[in-house]
Design a protein around this ligand. Structure first.
Ligand code: ADP
Length: 491
């Protein structure tokens, strides 16, 4: 088996969310099991610079494509073979790979990611004379057209498409406004070398637009998503984002599988995390609170280890349900709890959290932005990680929190439902409980969950036991890689 992962992010080269963490771990876990696993990624500045620094770039080929003249390079980085698309006119843009500094999507995203998908398919057709993929594994909408190119060109490689988040459908106009204002109506599919007949409900058309995500769902040999519960949820109208019918039929024919994401414990483990001043494990939990005292001091929160510290490490978006937190702040303050928010996204939420931090400086600290080191420190220092998501394909922060003895407080959805065991009396007695779970995305239920949390906090022995249960859970990639291998083999 020769597997090519086609993706737009890879930790530590470029990360905007969990997608990067998965790509940073899964291909290597597969390789450790003897699967020839490679990566194709656009030559974004952070990717090219980091790879150039650590390794030699070898030119594979220069090609004329619908997106202009480009070069494919090969390099080995962190023991993994990479193909990198060097196309500065498309990718040499600092910051987010998807949008400019004002959060506006790049106008040429359709071309940028069609090119990624196109090269993904060509690497299954001898673009590299020394290696050809037998299975192309595309991740999220950015590489969703890969299965469409494979199908159109009749290449024999099979394809797997993984949904990391169905809410991003990668939709683009079939005929753009620019084209409409001119004389010639050139369709997007004409521009990117795909057959216009694919623009159909039985194809990649979605509500009158070209959806890269739908192309991945429709044309791939097998669809996976990142938790069993999310795999079930997305076949229903409430979670399916309009793709539920297609996904339900995939499920029925055995072509949709939910595989939980894992954790790279070489990066996320309180015993050996280089970001922490005080390392610890389940046997030395006292050291955990030293991290908390440091954090409280550094961010001017009242320095007191007996105060429960809640944290958020997240994109600030509707999906993550963090607007629910605003209404429960008075309750948290009344209970003398502390809250630390690290995240960015929705400007209204950012402003709201910042003003609350000003109002309650001893109780609330906020850092707007992306900060990997602080994410590790906060995961270690806090007592509870809040993840009240409206939907959550898998979620990684609750997995990291558990390893750090920080109890996740989560909504009962997607991967959160699959990974966190609620603190019911029975679960506590049977040493199964690992966090706090609530059902409906509303303030009333969130307050009930917080009340449960505070009463557990009062019982130090029970709290410590739940921490230990959580720290014992094993979400290693090596176990999870087997599930992907089984799918590859079935193809
Ligand atoms: P999603 O991919 O939907 O954003 P996940 O929980 O799957 O959510 O993954 C989020 C990843 O991004 C985790 O590794 C988390 O620690 C990290 N992360 C999110 N926001 C920040 C931030 N502001 N600073 C640092 N890391 C962050």
């Amino acid at each position: 088996m020769r597997i090519l992962h086609v993706c737009s992010e890879f930790y530590p080269l470029l990360k905007t969310g969990g997608l990067a963490d998965v790509l940073g771990a899964l291909p290597l876990a597969l390789k450790k099991k003897g699967v020839d696993s490679r990566i194709l990624i656009p030559g974004f500045p952070s990717v090219l610079n980091a790879i150039k620094e650590k390794s030699a770039l070898h030119e594979v080929k220069q090609i004329d494509t619908f997106a202009g003249n480009i070069t494919i390079f090969y390099a080995v980085f962190q023991k993994l073979p990479f193909y990198i698309i060097d196309a500065p006119h498309l990718y040499a843009r600092e910051g987010s790979p998807y949008h400019d500094e004002y959060q506006n999507d790049y106008r040429d995203n359709a071309i940028r990611f069609a090119l990624l998908s196109f090269i993904g398919a060509e690497l299954a057709n001898n673009l590299d004379p020394y290696w050809s993929a037998s299975i192309v594994h595309a991740h999220d909408w950015h590489s969703g057209l890969t299965p469409a190119y494979l199908a159109q060109n009749g290449y024999p490689a099979k394809s797997v498409f993984t949904i990391h988040n169905l809410a991003f459908s990668g939709c683009f106009p079939y005929i753009s406004d620019d084209e409409l204002s001119g004389y010639q109506h050139i369709s997007l599919l004409d521009k990117i070398g795909l057959d216009n007949r694919m623009f159909s409900i039985d194809g990649l058309e979605f509500h009158g637009k070209v959806s890269f995500l739908k192309a991945g769902l429709y044309y791939s040999s097998h669809v996976t998503t990142v938790s069993p519960t999310y795999a079930q949820e997305i076949t229903l109208p409430d979670f399916g984002c309009g793709f539920d019918g297609l996904l339900a039929s995939k499920k029925q024919s055995g072509k949709l599988t939910g595989i939980l994401n894992g954790v790279d414990y070489s990066l996320w483990s309180p015993k050996k995390d280089p970001n922490l001043k005080h390392s610890y494990d389940a046997r030395q939990l006292n050291n955990k609170s030293l991290n908390k005292l440091d954090l409280q001091e550094n961010y001017h929160l009242t320095k007191d280890s007996t105060i429960p510290l809640f944290s958020v490490v997240s994109r600030l978006s509707h999906q993550k349900g963090l607007d629910l937190l605003i209404d429960v702040i008075p309750f948290l303050i009344e209970k003398n709890a502390q809250l630390f928010i690290l995240g960015s996204g929705d400007k209204v939420l950012e402003e709201k959290f910042l003003s609350l931090a000003k109002e309650y400086p001893n109780h609330i600290a906020v850092k707007i932005g992306y900060d990997e080191e602080l994410a590790h420190n906060l995961t270690a220092a806090s007592d509870i990680m809040l993840i009240p998501s409206r939907f959550e394909p898998c979620g990684l922060t609750q997995l990291y929190a558990m390893k750090y003895g920080t109890l996740p407080l989560v909504r009962n959805t997607g991967g959160l439902a699959d990974t966190v065991v609620d603190i019911t009396q029975t679960n506590i007695t049977e040493k199964l409980a690992t966090g706090i779970v609530f059902n409906q995305a509303n303030t009333t239920e969130l307050i009930v969950a917080l009340e449960k949390t505070f009463s557990l906090w009062q019982n130090k022995t029970a709290w410590k036991q739940v921490q230990k249960n959580a720290m014992k859970r094993d979400f290693s990639w090596s176990l999870i890689a087997d599930a992907y291998i089984a799918i590859y083999q079935s193809l």
